[in-house]
Design a protein around this ligand. Structure first.
Ligand SMILES: Cc1cc2nc3c(=O)[nH]c(=O)nc-3n(C[C@H](O)[C@H](O)[C@H](O)COP(=O)(O)OP(=O)(O)OC[C@H]3O[C@@H](n4cnc5c(N)ncnc54)[C@H](O)[C@@H]3O)c2cc1C
Length: 522
């Protein structure tokens, strides 16, 4: 299998990149770990930011830049933010061209709604189904362009020679074998690592930070992994979000005695910390919609009513709904330049998987979908430019493949006696309690010690619940990324954006910089 451009990941970043590459005449393939729709892009409901200024509030690109910079708490990269905000309106128009049916005003212009963190109505939406509307339309284009899709293949490692990318190894779930794809350039659009917080995340299960683990193994640096954005109200034990709309319509947050403990309309970070503090006291927290008129629930909170019943058999008009904060978006990733280029020639990392500085210490809600569309397009252009310069393929050596064949054999042996699911549950709990909303040095160190213990004891574990090779591959990546997140959080001895250290509760100008972690730091 040989291609000009290999795109890994079928979220908005990957699909947009693959479409651009095809339009520019490249021989391109789109590879994805599960099905093409199993990604966080498909989960997005709220909308996609672009400063059209359609709502008469004088929004413009300058305001978008300003608010994105502010949200990054002084460490966003001004150049990547400028490129992003300038290109976002064109990127959304292109999505319209690809067939996305966004909601419109009577005038015919794109409708825009307010979204957390912005003073402007900047978020373009398709009812409350923005992610599915975008992703279904892009998938139709992928099919129409006859772009090859390889699904149920998990990327394992990058292959390179003389610091130039050569290809990628994949684990084929069907044959259970390692296969190799050769490429003149590669774009990793493999999403973030929210799923490390298993049972405490809004993310799909595929979001295991594989790109970060692959990048670290290839000698790249991970940047700002300590910045993880939490959403205050996930439905306990599921990845379903009870959006701010529920509280805006009069929903209350109460403890198990029915007592209110926070102003539920305060900022996301504030409400999240208040809930977490209640949980630290051993209390459960609930969303109480019982005083919200049934007609409001039936018209404005329809999907909440439906999903709460399906997932928990609860009726919001009668029952308290158990909630917990959930890891929602991971700002850090593999360090890249402003458009997603890495220090390995021909390798690009975009979307939630990479960090080009566009979010800094916190993300403005609604920015990530447009970032995927903007940098998906730009990276494809750059990837083709690079591929065209390469007269021939860089070449893959026999040992590049045999290393991963041996790795999979070793993991196959582990899979027979290691319960990956139980370990992932434990890691999720540790991530939430010790590397989550409120952090301390002692907690971070104890989390690290436990991760190391798990790694060291895996060979001798004896579970009667065997695992799949894929789940052990993911576990290996999860442990590596979990350690990298803990190390990054230890290095940042201050509180900034989404990173809150109770032992260093203030912002400190000495840390107005990026945290970088390499494999040798773990
Ligand atoms: C519930 C929810 C609601 C959200 N709402 C909004 C919103 O309203 N607006 C907004 O802007 N953002 C929103 N976000 C954030 C946004 O959806 C994501 O940040 C964005 O879609 C990420 O896009 P991506 O292309 O980088 O990654 P993803 O969409 O996550 O795609 C990653 C892809 O990589 C694949 N992959 C991963 N590992 C491997 C591997 N080893 N091998 C092969 N393939 C692999 C996955 O299968 C997947 O196809 C929301 C997120 C969630 C979870």
């Amino acid at each position: 299998m040989k291609y000009d451009v290999i795109v890994v990941g079928s979220g908005i970043s990957g699909m947009r990149a693959a479409i651009e590459a095809k339009e520019l005449g490249a021989n391109v393939v789109l590879i994805t770990k599960s099905s093409p729709s199993a990604n966080n892009s498909f989960m997005a409901k709220g909308g996609i930011n672009a400063a059209f200024g359609n709502m008469g509030d004088n929004d413009n690109i300058f305001q978008h830049i300003n608010e994105t910079l502010k949200s990054s708490v002084d460490i966003g990269n001004e150049e990547s933010i400028r490129i992003f905000c300038e290109q976002a309106p064109a990127a959304v128009r292109e999505l319209v061209g690809y067939g996305v049916k966004f909601s419109r005003l009577e005038s015919g212009k794109l409708a825009q709604r307010p979204f957390g963190g912005s003073k402007f109505k900047r978020t373009v939406y398709a009812s409350d189904e923005t992610g599915p509307a975008i992703m279904k339309a892009l998938y139709e284009v992928i099919k129409e362009y006859e772009i090859e899709i390889i699904k149920n293949h998990m990327a394992i490692n990058l292959i390179m020679k003389n610091n130039i990318i050569s290809g990628i190894t994949l684990f084929d779930e069907e044959s259970q074998k390692v296969v190799v794809c050769e490429g003149k350039s590669i774009i990793l659009a493999m999403g973030g690592f929210g799923s490390l917080y298993k049972n405490f995340t809004s993310n799909v299960k595929d979001a295991t930070g594989d790109a970060i683990a692959m990048g670290l193994r290839a000698g790249l640096k991970a940047m700002n992994l300590e910045f993880v954005q939490f959403h205050p109200t996930g439905l306990e034990g599921t990845n379903f979000l009870l959006s701010e709309a529920a509280r805006a319509e009069g929903g209350k947050l109460v403890d198990e005695n029915g007592d209110s403990f926070v102003d539920e309309l305060n900022t996301r970070d504030f409400v999240t910390r208040a809930i977490f503090k209640e949980m630290q006291k051993g209390k459960k927290v609930y969303l109480d919609l019982r005083d919200v008129p049934p007609e409001v629930i039936d018209t404005k909170l329809v999907s909440i009513k439906k999903r709460v019943y399906t997932l928990k058999k609860l009726d919001p008009s009668k029952d308290l709904i158990p909630v917990t904060p959930v890891a929602h978006y991971t700002m850090g990733g593999i360090q890249t330049d402003v458009i997603g280029k890495t220090s390995i020639k021909g390798l690009f990392i975009i979307g939630e998987a990479g960090d080009n500085g566009v979010n800094g210490a916190n993300r403005l809600g609604g920015n990530s979908l447009s970032q995927g569309a903007v940098f998906g397009k730009i990276s494809a252009y750059e990837a083709i430019k690079f591929a065209n310069k390469m007269k021939k393929f860089n070449g893959v050596d026999y040992y590049d493949i045999t290393n991963d064949i041996h790795l999979v054999e070793r993991l196959d042996a582990l899979a027979k006696h290691v319960d990956a699911n139980a370990l992932r549950n434990e890691i999720g709990q540790i991530m939430f309690e010790k590397i989550g909303i409120i952090r301390t040095e002692a907690d971070l160190q104890s989390a690290l010690r436990r991760f190391e213990e798990i790694e060291e004891s895996m060979e001798t574990m004896q579970s009667d619940k065997p695992s799949t090779i894929k789940s052990i591959l993911e576990l290996m990546n999860v442990l590596m990324v979990a350690k990298a997140v803990a190390r990054s959080a230890l290095l940042r001895e201050e509180s900034r954006g989404s990173h809150f250290r109770i032992d260093y509760p203030e912002k400190d100008r000495r840390f107005k910089t990026n945290t970088l972690i390499g494999l040798g730091d773990l």
